[in-house]
Design a protein around this ligand. Structure first.
Ligand SMILES: [Zn+2]
Length: 363
């Protein structure tokens, strides 16, 4: 997920779904921002449509890349940039989770470095195998829905949207209209792409020595998805968190909030000076990690209290219980005085409560 302070939050978050690169709906140009984290360690932030953050870790022999972003053209730009930094080959890619804004670029890396090994948690590989090849179809479908919305103000395909009673304002329509030509161009990029999934999967922790550079790969528990991988550089004290941490608001729709709290706690135990989120700027302390942890815990605790005092989730609907979970005290902590961000927070909070209830329904 990517957030743009000028975006109409309600609309974009309503349209975005877990498998869709929602960033593609915002209306800026493709932008990249490169930050040097240490000698030979760089973060490439795809600040708009390119996808999630990419981290490049260069050792004496080999290069390790965390996440390959969304648009193949953006991945090719990143590869060109890596070749300016080093003549060592990219030997490893790690996909932090299955959302396609972190792995559609895999193909470009495999084509550029044929000896490449692409690593993912076993659960992530399973979900990438399932959903990765459908990216073009989903983009096309979304564009059809946007056309329908622009023409009629509504869509028959309501199941595709999270907000079933979406009413478009004039601003919403303008944003969609502005975004459509670029979205069509993205779809065109994906049209003939053969999706490249992971080639090596893991369950627990392991580490790789790239030549005077140790890279630890960890599974710290479920959170944003069922197979979130974290990369840790112990010497450099750098953590690459994937979408376990998305700034300035979490993306929650495929998440496991009841476990996410503990996973963030585990993450915070790593001795780190820099935390690279899945989207957004590099974090230099753990304040935001703790804020996310507290948000998840509060949502789960309030839901559990309600269920304990009434009936188990299986006997109730979301409408019966959602009023018992109040997350508004977190709004200023995430959004400050930013009105768009505040509205984005409210939308995210509603989704979080839904996911917490669904999780409780499985118990
Ligand atoms: Zn993402």
């Amino acid at each position: 997920m990517s957030y743009n302070s000028t975006s109409p939050w309600r609309l974009f978050t309503a349209i975005s779904i877990g498998l869709l690169a929602a960033a593609a709906l915002t209306s800026g140009q493709t932008q990249r921002k490169v930050t040097k984290l240490a000698d030979g360690v760089y973060e490439i932030q795809h600040t708009d449509v390119g996808g999630g953050n990419t981290t490049v870790i260069i050792g004496e022999r080999q290069v390790f890349v965390v996440d390959t972003c969304f648009l193949p053209s953006a991945a090719l730009q990143d590869i060109a940039q890596i070749r300016q930094w080093t003549d060592k080959p990219v030997s490893f890619v790690l996909n932090t989770h299955f959302h396609n804004d972190h792995n559609v670029g895999n193909r470009a890396y495999m084509d550029a470095f044929p000896a490449l090994t692409i690593i993912a948690h076993a659960q992530t590989k399973k979900e990438m195998d399932l959903f990765g090849p459908g990216s073009y179809r989903r983009e096309t479908k979304t564009n059809d829905v946007i056309r329908q919305l622009l023409a009629t103000g509504k869509t028959q395909d309501l199941a595709y949207f999270d907000a079933r009673n979406l009413t478009l304002t004039d601003d919403d329509k303008k944003s969609l209209k502005d975004a459509l030509p670029r979205r069509l161009a993205f779809a065109e990029e994906l049209k003939n792409l053969k999706f490249q999934s992971a080639t090596l999967s893991f369950d627990h922790d392991f580490s790789i020595d790239l030549g005077d550079r140790e890279v630890q790969v960890k599974f710290l528990g479920r959170g944003n998805t069922g197979g979130d991988a974290v990369v840790y550089l112990p010497k450099e004290k750098i953590v690459v968190a994937g979408d376990l941490v998305v700034y300035p608001l979490p993306y929650v729709l495929d998440g496991y909030p009841s476990e996410w709290t503990q996973t963030l706690q585990n993450l915070s135990q790593l001795d780190a000076d820099a935390i690279v989120p899945g989207h957004g700027p590099i974090l230099h302390d753990k304040t935001y990690l703790f804020l996310l942890r507290d948000l998840m815990k509060s949502a789960v605790d309030q839901m559990n209290a309600k269920l304990r005092d009434s009936f188990p989730a299986m006997f109730q609907t979301l409408d019966d219980v959602k009023g018992a979970v109040d997350l508004t005290s977190f709004r200023p902590r995430f959004a400050g005085n930013d009105k768009d961000l505040a509205s984005g927070f409210d939308d995210m909070a509603a989704k979080l409560i839904k996911v917490v209830f669904e999780e409780a329904s499985l118990r």
